[in-house]
Design a binder for this molecule. Structure first.
Ligand code: GDP
Ligand code: MG
Length: 444
C-alpha cells in the first residue's frame, strides 16, 4: 500500500544524503516535496501541515553530530515524526477485563468486519490461548449470520447458535450469557454495516454498546477509501466511541493516506492491519515498522542513533587520553561527573572506558550518588579556571570562598580535592606503565 509514497519520499531524502552540507533552503525545498508527496498519498491536510512543521522545527534545532551528514540527520527526524504520526507504540488488543471480554466490531458494509472477527478470534485462540465465542449481530443481510458460522467452522472457532427473529441487542445479551455460562474468555460481536453512515446505524451501535458493554470497540475501515475512512472513524468515534481501528485491504494499492492520518485525526490507535482474504492475513500495527516500510531507510536511522551514542563514548575517550598523559585536572573531573550524571549512573561511563573496572570500584566506594555528584560539580563550578587546572594553589581562604559559592562546607571541598588527588595519582601510575591498561586502551 505504501509503495508510491515510499518511492517518492525515499527519492527526495536520498537526494539530501548526497550533499556534504545543507542550507536552510535545501531543507525547505525538500520539505516542500515531502509535503506534496504526503498530499498525493491522500494524507489529511492538517496532518501534512503539522508533519512538515514538526520536521522543520526539529531540523533547525538539531545538533548535527559528527560522523553523520545533515541529510542523514534530516532522514532520522522525518523517520521520528513519521513514527509519532503513526502513533509511536504498537497497541495490541486489550483483554484486561473480567471475562468474558466483549470485542465489538463496527464499520460500513463490506469493510471486512466479519472476516476480521474470525481472523482476530483465530489469533487470540492460537497465540494467546483464549477461548473465543463469535456472534453475528447482523440481522439485515440474510446470509450474514451464516457467513460467520462458516468462517467459524473454517478456523475452528465456536459461533453462537442462530435463532431467527432476534434483535441485535437480544443476540448480544444471549452471547454474553452463553460465554459466561460456558467459560469463554472472549466474545466477538460482529455487527451489521450500512453502505454509508446513517442515523439508524449509529443508533443501533449505541444500543448494542449499552447492552454489551464491550471492552474494545474496533472500527474496521477499508484503507482503499483513503480520507473517507478517516472521516468515518471520526464519525464513529464521536457518536459511538471507539477504542481502536483495524485497517483492511492494506494488500491493495491504497496510497497510505488513511494509515498516516487515522491516529492524528481520531486520536485512536490503529491496532491491526488486514492484509488479505485469508484467515491469517492479519498483522499487528507497529509504527516503527511501518515508518521503515515507508522510508526504507532503517540503516541510516540506526546509523544516526549509534552516532549519537558514540559522542558520549568519544568524550569519554578524550578524558581517557588526558588521563593517560597524567593531565587529569578538576576540569576533567567535572566533565566526567557531568557524563556520569547524564548517562545516569557510574556503570554507564565506566563501561565506556575499557580497563576501568578498578576505578569503578574506587568511585563506587567513594559513594558517588546523584546528590553527591551534583554537590561536587557545584564545588568545581565555583572555582576559577586557574584553580581547576592547578588545584595546588587552593589555600584556606580560597577554599572558604569556594565553599560559600557552592553552598557547601570547607570539609566538602577538601574531600573532593583529596578524591581528585587519589584519582590523578592512580592515573599517573597507570599511564606511566608501558603496557598498562590505559596505553592499551589508547591504542585500541
Ligand atoms: P463486512 O461487511 O464488513 O462484514 O465485510 P466482510 O468481512 O464480509 O468482507 C468483505 C470482503 O472483503 C470479503 O470478500 C473479504 O474476503 C474481503 N476482505 C476483508 N478484509 C480484507 C483484506 O484485508 N484484504 C483483502 N484483499 N480483502 C479483504
Ligand atoms: Mg459482515
Amino acid at each position: 500500500m505504501f509503495e508510491g509514497l515510499s518511492e517518492k519520499l525515499s527519492g527526495i531524502l536520498d537526494g539530501l544524503t548526497r550533499r556534504g552540507t545543507l542550507s536552510e533552503e535545501d531543507v525547505n525545498l525538500a520539505l516542500r516535496e515531502v509535503r506534496r508527496a504526503l498530499l498525493e498519498a491522500d494524507v489529511a491536510l492538517d496532518v501534512v501541515r503539522s508533519f512538515v512543521d514538526k520536521v522543520k522545527n526539529r531540523a533547525v534545532g538539531a545538533n548535527v553530530v559528527k560522523s553523520v551528514t545533515p541529510g542523514q540527520m534530516v532522514i532520522k527526524i522525518v523517520n521520528d515524526v513519521l513514527i509519532e504520526t503513526l502513533g509511536s507504540d504498537a497497541q495490541p488488543i486489550d483483554l484486561d477485563a473480567p471475562p468474558p471480554v466483549a470485542i465489538m466490531m463496527v464499520g460500513l458494509q463490506g469493510a471486512g468486519k466479519t472476516t476480521t472477527s474470525a481472523k482476530i478470534a483465530k489469533r487470540l485462540t492460537e497465540l494467546q490461548k483464549r477461548r473465543v465465542l463469535m456472534a453475528s449481530l447482523d440481522v439485515k443481510r440474510p446470509a450474514a449470520q451464516e457467513q460467520l458460522a462458516v468462517l467459524g467452522r473454517q478456523v475452528g472457532i465456536d459461533t453462537l447458535p442462530i435463532i431467527a427473529g432476534q434483535t441485535p441487542v437480544q443476540i448480544a445479551k444471549r452471547a454474553e450469557e452463553a460465554a459466561r455460562l460456558q467459560g469463554y474468555d472472549v466474545v466477538m460481536l460482529d455487527t451489521a454495516g450500512r453502505t454509508h453512515i446513517d442515523e439508524a446505524l449509529m443508533a443501533e451501535m449505541v444500543e448494542i454498546k449499552r447492552a454489551a458493554n464491550p471492552h474494545e470497540i474496533l472500527l474496521v475501515a477499508d484503507s482503499l477509501t483513503g480520507q473517507d475512512a478517516v472521516n468515518l472513524a471520526k464519525n464513529f468515534d464521536d457518536r459511538v466511541g471507539i477504542t481502536g481501528i483495524v485497517l483492511t485491504r492494506v494488500d491493495g494499492d491504497g496510497r497510505g493516506g488513511a494509515a498516516l492520518s487515522m491516529r492524528a485525526v481520531t486520536g485512536k490507535p490503529i491496532k491491526l492491519l488486514g492484509t488479505g482474504e485469508k484467515m491469517d492475513a492479519l498483522e499487528d500495527f507497529h509504527p516503527n515498522r511501518i515508518a521503515n516500510r515507508i522510508l526504507g531507510m532503517g540503516d541510516i536511522v540506526s546509523l544516526v542513533e549509534k552516532a549519537a551514542q558514540t559522542i558520549d563514548a568519544q568524550k569519554a575517550q578524550k578524558i581517557a587520553e588526558r588521563m593517560r598523559k597524567g593531565k587529569f585536572d578538576l576540569e576533567d573531573l567535572s566533565d566526567q561527573l557531568a557524563q556520569v550524571e547524564k548517562i545516569g549512573g557510574l556503570g554507564g561511563i565506566m563501561s565506556m572506558l575499557p580497563g576501568m573496572a578498578k576505578m569503578k570500584d574506587q568511585i563506587a566506594s567513594a559513594n558517588l550518588d546523584d546528590k553527591v555528584i551534583k554537590r561536587q560539580r557545584a564545588i568545581i563550578f565555583s572555582m576559577t579556571p586557574q584553580e581547576r587546572r592547578n588545584p595546588d594553589i587552593l589555600k584556606a581562604s580560597r577554599k572558604k570562598r569556594i565553599a560559600a559559592g557552592s553552598g557547601t562546607r570547607v570539609e566538602d571541598v577538601n574531600r573532593l580535592l583529596k578524591q581528585h588527588r587519589g584519582m590523578a595519582d592512580m592515573m599517573k601510575q597507570l599511564g606511566s606503565a608501558k603496557r598498562g591498561p590505559l596505553s592499551q586502551m589508547a591504542s585500541a
